[in-house]
Design a protein. Structure first.
Length: 115
């Protein structure tokens, strides 16, 4: 069972930056999709960004131009660089891995953006 461990969340003022990391506990299949989701209080979990094993990326409209997703395949790690943070970016950020028809979730890391 692959485990995903997120880190890098915290409290930041609006306009600031944070970098989230998500490491897989073991080597993962070479063809996969990794992504970041977030869930704000009282709202549904939503996709923030995703990246294929080949490096193709996809972003939610709300974060385009501010967030950058990247990955290190050798380290089985995915990153989310978040710049120009807004209070509406507040939420629990979850890492997701999809491979071989299976989906895996991390436990989440809290990001709080103060105004």
């Amino acid at each position: 069972q692959v485990q995903l461990v997120e880190s890098g969340g915290g409290l930041v003022q609006a306009g600031g930056s944070l970098r989230l990391s998500c490491a897989a506990s073991e080597r993962i299949f070479s063809i996969n999709l990794m992504g970041w989701y977030r869930q704000a209080p009282g709202k549904k979990r939503e996709l923030v960004a995703s990246i294929t094993s080949g490096g193709s990326t996809n972003y939610a409209d709300s974060v385009k131009g501010r967030f950058t997703i990247s990955r290190d395949n050798a380290e089985n790690t995915v990153y989310l660089q978040m710049n120009s943070l807004k209070p509406e970016d507040t939420g629990v950020y979850y890492c997701n891995l999809a491979m071989r028809g299976m989906g895996y979730w991390g436990k989440g890391t809290l990001v709080t953006v103060s105004s």
